[in-house]
Design a protein around this ligand. Structure first.
Ligand SMILES: *[C@@H]1O[C@H](CO)[C@@H](O)[C@H](O)[C@H]1NC(C)=O
Ligand SMILES: *[C@@H]1O[C@H](CO)[C@@H](O)[C@H](O)[C@H]1NC(C)=O
Ligand SMILES: *[C@@H]1O[C@H](CO)[C@@H](O)[C@H](O)[C@H]1NC(C)=O
Ligand SMILES: *[C@@H]1O[C@H](CO)[C@@H](O)[C@H](O)[C@H]1NC(C)=O
Ligand SMILES: [Cu+2]
Length: 225
């Protein structure tokens, strides 16, 4: 009896994970989606939390991983660059990563919007902030990298040194967001009770948070006892 119930629940798991799940009411935050995109761990990068920096400024991510950027005061952005041309939009054939400017007016608190990218390959992704005030944020070192080369001269420090020579921080001409999507979250940083608002053309599917996994495991535990 117990084992057959267990098997039933197990059989339902792929459904639970594959289905798009839109909570209707005010579910607790741990049961809400934290992000959208292909399945994979979610990492968070704080933008402007500790001065004109990304925290962390070096991220290792696998294909399919999501990286969520949260924006602290006053007004930052994420733009993808080429290593050899920091502080300018990358010359990629397809749309580069550009979050647009996401301001936060509340001291010490992130904005009510986040920007999420899904890592599509294992190539390095060089990033900068395109804000200009009081100085171009890129040229004063507001840069980051996802999956830096494991060896060779193209380090984040080298990128930052190149950036320091530019005295610029160029805003892409294309309307944001590109290469990722913006989500609206509550002031506490958790998603609101419905489907987070999204503004992207990119296909995305739902990924469950670890809270959902935990909840399902708790159900298991209840059955087993
Ligand atoms: C959700 O919470 C808000 C207030 O926080 C309340 O006004 C609303 O009725 C709630 N909705 C549901 C479906 O419980
Ligand atoms: C943020 O910076 C951008 C680019 O300079 C600007 O267009 C936008 O008005 C700024 N937003 C706020 C709230 O300061
Ligand atoms: C988030 O939005 C609320 C209103 O919905 C506002 O009071 C708050 O200041 C916003 N937070 C930030 C950091 O802008
Ligand atoms: C950087 O550019 C600004 C104008 O945008 C100029 O006033 C400043 O002198 C420049 N600084 C350097 C180090 O070139
Ligand atoms: Cu900035």
């Amino acid at each position: 009896m117990i084992s057959s119930t267990f098997a039933l629940v197990l059989a339902a798991l792929p459904l639970a994970f594959g289905a798009h799940y839109y909570p209707a009411g005010n579910a607790t935050s741990s049961y809400l989606p934290t992000a959208t995109g292909s399945a994979g761990p979610v990492q968070t990068v704080s933008v402007g939390k500790n001065g004109l920096t990304f925290t962390p400024d070096t991220v290792s991510a696998k294909i399919g991983d999501e990286i969520v950027f949260e924006f602290f005061p006053k007004n930052h952005s994420i733009v993808q660059a080429d290593f050899n041309n920091p502080c300018n939009p990358a010359a990629a054939a397809d749309s580069i990563i550009f979050s647009g400017f996401i301001p936060s007016a509340a001291p010490g608190r992130p904005a009510n919007q986040t920007f999420t990218i899904t890592v599509k390959d294992d190539k390095p992704i060089w990033l900068y902030c395109a804000a200009l005030l009081p100085k171009p944020h890129c040229s004063v070192g507001m840069v980051a990298v996802i999956n830096p080369p494991k060896q060779g001269p193209n380090t984040l420090d080298a990128f930052r040194l190149l950036a320091a020579k530019t005295n610029t921080s160029t805003v892409p001409a294309t309307p944001p967001p590109t290469g990722g999507h913006v989500e609206t979250v509550t002031p506490s940083g958790t998603p609101t009770g419905g489907r987070p608002a999204e503004f992207t053309g990119a296909a995305s599917s739902f990924v469950v948070s670890s809270g959902v996994v935990g909840g399902i495991m708790a159900v298991f535990a209840g059955i087993m006892l």
